[in-house]
Design a protein around this ligand. Sequence first.
Ligand SMILES: Nc1ncnc2c1ncn2[C@@H]1O[C@H](COP(=O)(O)OP(=O)(O)O)[C@@H](O)[C@H]1O
Ligand SMILES: [Mg+2]
Length: 140
Amino acid sequence: MASLTPLAESRRIDLGITCQDRAITIGSLADFEVILDNLVENAVRYTPPTGTVDVAVVAAGQEARIEIRDTGPGIAEEEMPRVFERFFRAKPQDSEGSGLGLSIAKAAAERQGARLALAMREDGPGLVACLIVRMASMKA
Ligand SMILES: Nc1ncnc2c1ncn2[C@@H]1O[C@H](COP(=O)(O)OP(=O)(O)O)[C@@H](O)[C@H]1O
Ligand SMILES: [Mg+2]
């Protein structure tokens, strides 16, 4: 989030953390950085100025959900099945990008045994990206 704060500020997006449960997992830090960097960057990039991007880490039983909620246009239902394809970019495509970010994030999630899903928000306009990881059991 620190690395994306300058982009958020330049786009006048309020980027913040709304929930920070303790959640420990085991895996490749590089992969988790790739996933979260792509999800947060997309949220900041595709949300119109003065919008909000909220990041939450929510522990629930043996799993943790990392949710990124934005107030942007979201993704049309008919395009949703294709967003993880390489080079796919949903309309409108007036911004710069390669269409590779989500396919790379998905591959990294699969390597780490994590689940990655996108959906339209139910509490208002915008997209919610959700990464679900299995928590490591921390026995003394
Ligand atoms: N948070 C989001 N809000 C709206 N559209 C999104 C969001 N995240 C991704 N998308 C759509 O999914 C497409 C694919 O995303 P991605 O694979 O990261 O490629 P890129 O960002 O390079 O276009 C984007 O072009 C955009 O249309
Ligand atoms: Mg992207």
